[in-house]
Design a protein around this ligand. Structure first.
Ligand SMILES: CC(C)(COP(=O)(O)OP(=O)(O)OC[C@H]1O[C@@H](n2cnc3c(N)ncnc32)[C@H](O)[C@@H]1OP(=O)(O)O)[C@@H](O)C(=O)NCCC(=O)NCCS
Length: 348
């Protein structure tokens, strides 16, 4: 059965909490005492060719899970959801993947919801609760395996996509979350999309390169005074650079308003390097650092959707993909037209 491994950032999964998460559901830690209830639930949740053929088969599967045949369960992140006292859904998370030796994060071996309990946000709730539990253990990512032959429902694929989970491929060069070297197009697990040169993220200033990058993006930065203002800012504000073989190809500037909240004042990636994961790498490094400083809100202001501009629509798509949520659109801040304020909670 074709399978692929997905990986996601726990911070993004935590944001998925459904609005109706407080429906009358009890979430309890998975326990051997639930063996028969969970086996029943497992049997009902998957088609026979995917899950168990009968109850004995389902019980054997659960016994293997408890015995650690698929990895050691993380008790805090392995849950059973009870609706009206009856088993309605379960998530089972192990410390490390039993299948991907170089994957260094918790791994969801099962997530299933009874057909009668679907479409109420239960899968989302189980996922976010497990994500919070893993975060509390100091983890930053989580992974799982999907199968496209009935083992993963369209709803589950949708959920993983919403959570920003992406394909995991074995790394050639390791992660850059500490500012070290990462493969271009790589995500934080070190997943290069090509054999391209390596990008490093560095915390230092380069006003000259900042100006060069802004001038190469006239659709976004076409006003001379604004460019000069940013170049001036690049001399004084906290600055992160994306470096390719000694050349600055991306820049991000920060402005701190309060100890708990920081604004992304500027982000720009040279047009030859856009859409290769560099903006994502810059933000990942910045967010790691902000979390370490106990900053809890990250905001960015950009051109609002009510102003028709294809480039800024892409910019908003980028921010949304990184977990920023639109808070409010206002006229007359930073320029005459609409500005949208987007925010992202940062949890440590
Ligand atoms: C916005 C910007 C900084 C993003 O950097 P980037 O390196 O191009 O973005 P990434 O490759 O890291 O993209 C990460 C994710 O964002 C989303 N995204 C990025 N560009 C997108 C686009 N043009 N359309 C839709 N989604 C986009 C995607 O989900 C992407 O992931 P994927 O490629 O795996 O699908 C860069 O494109 C840029 O400099 N844009 C022009 C200047 C600008 O808009 N600055 C901000 C002004 S407020």
């Amino acid at each position: 059965m074709p399978k692929s491994t997905l990986i996601g950032d726990l911070a993004d999964l935590v944001l998925l909490a459904p609005p109706n998460a407080d429906q009358p559901i009890d979430y309890v830690l998975l326990d051997r005492d639930h063996r028969e209830d969970v086996a029943d639930l497992y049997l009902a949740s998957y088609p026979p060719h995917v899950g168990a053929a009968d109850l004995n088969d389902a019980l054997a599967e659960m016994d293997s899970t408890y015995a650690g045949d698929f990895g050691t369960l993380i008790p805090e992140a392995s849950l059973l959801a009870l609706r009206g006292g009856r088993a309605a859904g379960s998530i089972q998370v192990v410390h490390r993947s039993p299948w991907d030796a170089d994957l260094d994060c918790p791994f969801i071996i099962e997530l299933f919801v009874h057909p009668a309990a679907r479409d109420h946000g239960l899968g989302r709730s189980l996922l976010t609760r497990a994500a919070v539990a893993c975060q509390r253990l100091g983890e930053t990512q989580i992974a799982l395996r999907t199968s496209d032959e009935g083992g993963t429902s369209p709803a589950a694929f949708h959920l993983y996509q919403l959570a920003g989970m992406r394909p995991y491929r074995k790394s050639v060069q390791s992660s850059g979350s500490d500012g070290s070297t990462v493969g271009r197009g790589a995500d934080r697990a070190g997943i290069p999309s090509s054999a391209d040169p390596l990008i490093t993220i560095e915390r230092r200033r380069d006003p000259r390169a900042t100006e060069e990058i802004l001038r190469a993006l006239p659709d976004w930065f076409g006003i001379e005074d604004a460019i000069l203002g940013y170049v001036e800012d690049a001399r004084s504000k906290t600055s992160y650079l994306a470096i390719d073989d000694g050349r600055t190809v991306g820049v991000a500037l920060l402005e701190s308003h309060f100890p708990q909240s920081v604004e992304l004042h500027l982000i720009a990636v040279h047009p030859n390097y856009r859409r290769q994961g560099i903006g994502k790498q810059l933000l990942a490094q910045i967010e790691d650092d902000l979390r370490e400083q106990s900053v809890s809100l990250f905001q960015v202001k950009t051109v609002g959707a009510s102003f028709d501009h294809a480039g800024y629509a892409e910019t908003r798509a980028f921010y949304r993909s990184r977990g920023f949520l639109a808070l409010e659109e206002m006229n007359g801040i930073s320029w005459d037209g609409p500005t949208v304020i987007m925010v992202k909670p940062l949890r440590s």
